[in-house]
Design a protein around this ligand. Structure first.
Ligand code: PLP
Length: 231
């Protein structure tokens, strides 16, 4: 299957899941998680109409930016971001999805201020409470949203989550539902309902995530095929 065929096939599945929750595929942003795929693959996805591409690693993103991998589509940063690499991402990524600490929010604010721009971000929620994963605990989220709202060079657009690895089908539905309710509460209370994005769902669970209210899915394997870790 080509990248274009995969995108068409998964757009149809996204549309089906969206209709089950009273929406259509047009309401769901499809982000291609393009890590370990080269600039040519990124360009094929863009030609086939992907809504955005998401990268995990700053070094790989910087290399592929120089190769014009993302020309024609917004670039999102979706991986763990170290504070000392913020300078390489702010202003390059249209949306930094993976902001999981107040220290990182403050560093993004500082760099965006120096560049005189407003950086769009999502707050990442560590919904499974996993020690090895970054992100805000649900109990920290209201304070983080309040801080983001005060920072003039940051515009928070919603939430992102990566639930624990599932061992059986539909295992993560309760996590998706929790994130959805956090999104509704905080957006209503603090942002006058202006948060737009709830980024959850990957190749193995995007239909469940959409049915639970996601409007942004990040698909890697489904679109680009299995990643080759031997390279
Ligand atoms: C790799 C990655 C994805 C996509 O994973 P697949 O299971 O290949 O669809 C989504 N989100 C993040 C943050 C990722 O790192």
């Amino acid at each position: 299957m080509s990248i274009a065929e995969n995108i068409a096939r998964f757009r149809a599945e996204i549309d089906e899941a969206a209709r089950e929750s009273g929406r259509t595929g047009g309401d769901i942003t499809l982000v291609g998680a393009s890590k370990m795929n080269d600039a040519a693959a990124c360009q094929q996805a863009i030609a086939a109409g992907i809504d955005a591409l998401g990268e995990n690693r700053v070094q790989e993103m910087t290399k592929k930016l120089a190769q014009h991998a993302y020309d024609g589509a917004p670039l999102h940063f979706i991986g763990h971001l170290q504070r000392n690499k913020v300078k390489q991402v702010v202003g390059k990524a249209a949306l930094i999805q993976s902001v999981g600490s107040e220290a990182l929010l403050r560093e993004i604010e500082k760099v965006a201020g120096q560049l005189d721009l407003v950086q769009d971000v999502l707050l990442e929620v560590n919904i499974g409470g996993e020690a090895a994963k970054s992100g805000f605990a649900p109990s920290e989220l209201t304070a983080a949203a309040a801080l983001a709202a005060q920072l003039p060079h940051i515009r928070c657009r919603g939430l992102m989550t990566i639930p624990p690895v599932a061992h059986f089908p539909h295992e993560n539905v309760p996590y998706f539902e929790k994130v959805r309710s956090l999104f509704v509460d905080i957006s209503e209370k603090m942002y006058d309902n202006k948060w737009e994005y709830i980024s959850m769902g990957m190749s193995g669970d995007f239909a469940d995530a959409i049915r639970a209210g996601s409007n942004m899915v990040r698909l890697g394997t489904a679109i680009f095929g299995a990643r080759d870790y031997t390279k």
